[in-house]
Design a protein around this ligand. Structure first.
Ligand SMILES: [Zn+2]
Length: 305
């Protein structure tokens, strides 16, 4: 039994489901546009490092769930993975938006959960000892850093002008089969004088979007849009693009910053399908295009409310 089983997403997916997925995928017909969409990669943009060094509030997507945010004067990095693969198994499809060597000094590192695409120990080993690391309960020892803070859901840690709160996500944890749900997972709210950012981590659709939106006036919501096919397997753990858009609405956030697509091939959808579906959702409902940030990696976007 995992310590946090009661908070874990239902239904959980086990080894038998994995087999059903991997064997079944050969029979699933692919959409006609699969090949074209699968060749899509995020754009690559220069200028991220200089923008992060300038001190002005800015967001830069490094790739996957990794963001670099300059807020409250501090450089905050989320779910850092600069590696060329996940654990040597899943290759990276696009270079990090800013190379690790070019990153200005990092002050705060937020890790949402222990899955290997979010808690990449080779990358974490290269990050500075001087930074403050924040993790959900049970994850501190894994980081081997002098300054690690563990949080429960709705707990807050204050760092200068920043207040960082761990918030619920509909997900689960596992590094190895024997430690399933032994450690907590979540998302983060980052409150700063310039505005409020939310990083969802990995999450399925759930009531937590409404609960988080009721407690915080979110300006910038970093939401996962990829990793959703096949739906029967992924629905309890990852939102699809339409659920990300509905989550954005439930949060009442001002801007949706798309992530968790285009960097690693984790699931069965075409690499470029998530942004295409999210754009289509936006267009069909005539939503304000200025509210949807589908950024290139490395592209600096000023954080102005
Ligand atoms: Zn995960």
């Amino acid at each position: 039994m995992g310590r946090f089983d009661e908070r874990a997403t239902q239904p959980g997916r086990g080894p038998r489901d994995m087999v059903r997925w991997k064997l079944g995928r050969k029979r699933d017909p692919r959409p006609d546009d699969f090949k074209a969409l699968d060749a899509v990669r995020p754009g690559v943009h220069a200028g991220g490092a200089a923008a992060l060094a300038s001190g002005d509030p800015v967001a830069v997507w490094i790739g996957h769930a990794t963001w670099a945010l300059r807020l409250g004067g501090k450089l905050v990095v989320t779910d850092p993975i600069w590696s060329s693969s996940i654990s040597g198994v899943v290759p990276r499809l696009v270079e990090p938006g800013v190379s690790l060597a070019d990153m200005p000094p990092i002050d705060v590192v937020l890790v949402t959960h222990d899955h290997r695409d979010h808690m990449d120990l080779p990358t974490l080993g290269k990050l500075p000892e001087t930074a403050t690391y924040i993790v959900p309960i049970g994850n501190a020892a894994r980081l081997k850093k002098p300054n690690v803070v563990e949080l429960d859901w709705w707990q807050t840690h204050t760092l200068g002008d920043l207040a960082i709160t761990l918030v619920p996500a509909r997900h689960w944890s596992m590094r190895a089969p024997w430690n399933r749900n032994d450690t907590l997972w979540g998302g983060y709210i980052i409150e700063s004088p310039q505005g409020v950012a939310y990083h969802a981590g990995d999450t399925a659709w759930g009531e937590h979007f409404t609960e988080i939106g009721a407690r915080f006036a979110i300006d910038w919501a970093m939401l996962p849009i990829g990793g959703y096919a096949p739906r029967w397997f992924m629905e309890p753990q990852h939102v699809d693009p339409s659920e990300a858009a509905r989550g954005f609405a439930a949060l009442g956030a001002r801007y949706l910053l798309a992530m968790h697509w285009g960097t690693f091939r984790l699931t069965d959808e075409a690499v470029g399908e998530p942004p295409a579906r999210l754009r289509a959702y936006w267009t069909e409902r005539a939503l304000d295009p200025s509210r949807l940030w589908l950024l290139d990696v490395g592209e600096p976007r000023a954080l102005i409310r």
